[in-house]
Design a protein around this ligand. Sequence first.
Ligand SMILES: Nc1ncnc2c1ncn2[C@@H]1O[C@H](COP(=O)(O)OP(=O)(O)OP(=O)(O)O)[C@@H](O)[C@H]1O
Ligand SMILES: [Mg+2]
Length: 288
Amino acid sequence: MSTEPFIECHDLIKLYQDEVSGLQVPALRGVDLRIEKGELIAIIGPSGAGKTTLINIIGGLDKPSAGYVRVGDIIVNKLKGKALTRYRREYVGFLYQLPEKNLIWNLSAIKNVMLPMKIAGKLSLGEQKKRAEYLLEKVGLLERKNHKPYQLSGGEAQRVGIAVALANDPYILLADEPTGELDSATTFQIIDFFKQLNEDLGKTIIVVTHDHRFANMTKRAMRIQDGRVTSFHRAVDPNLPSVDREEIVYVDDHGNLRIPEDVRVKVGIKHHVKVEAADGYAKIIPVD
Ligand SMILES: Nc1ncnc2c1ncn2[C@@H]1O[C@H](COP(=O)(O)OP(=O)(O)OP(=O)(O)O)[C@@H](O)[C@H]1O
Ligand SMILES: [Mg+2]
């Protein structure tokens, strides 16, 4: 028996109007995605694949041209006005690549973390402070709470950004290239930290990343190409997520699939193949 996943994207299509040519540019061409509660999932794919568009739609920052996103029993793309504001504030936390986008530069770390709580207006000032300190402790920066973002390193600023994203205790954390600007050691720290948050606080985390080290540490990594989910990577043994990975390629209703580039290169597939049925599997043989 399969139960409903926490997040479900169904046949998401997004067309943007190109201002220069006036033509419609497809950013998403029918994305189906199911994410369980408490899952940490990576989204990988080349530049322009539609990754940011997808997480913005899940986060209620953008609307699809067709299809829907359901989170719990909320149809996100149908939300308007106050309900939409509430969803963005209480259901999702965002973390972007550049600390400047996550933090207000002339506010201390603790004031940055308190700000979303202040806007939500649910906690007293004392409670806001207490929660901000708890979150800064979680990200290992309590002793730097009075520092302003420019007095912190890139990795520290990003950790404050995580505390800001978690301020209103959202169900979902959406991170768009959170380690793009960081060096290798700091990237590893942030990766570990996401895993810990995921395990300790049970947050559902979706991370867009170009970083394969990151993608290899999640149980699943979805690959998006040209606005479609083309395959996913998963651990061969789910108990050992970082060791052995396999790539599972989607086949659509017409039988189309996308042969991964590394495989095409390795066996010399260019424009034509023979597909032969064998006993329990199919052979794909290059004929160029
Ligand atoms: N506001 C917009 N107006 C027009 N086209 C857009 C807009 N936003 C995105 N696009 C186009 O939609 C496609 C997907 O963009 P998106 O930003 O989602 O890609 P991405 O996978 O996040 O890429 P990157 O890794 O470079 O951040 C691209 O072709 C992009 O040019
Ligand atoms: Mg992007």
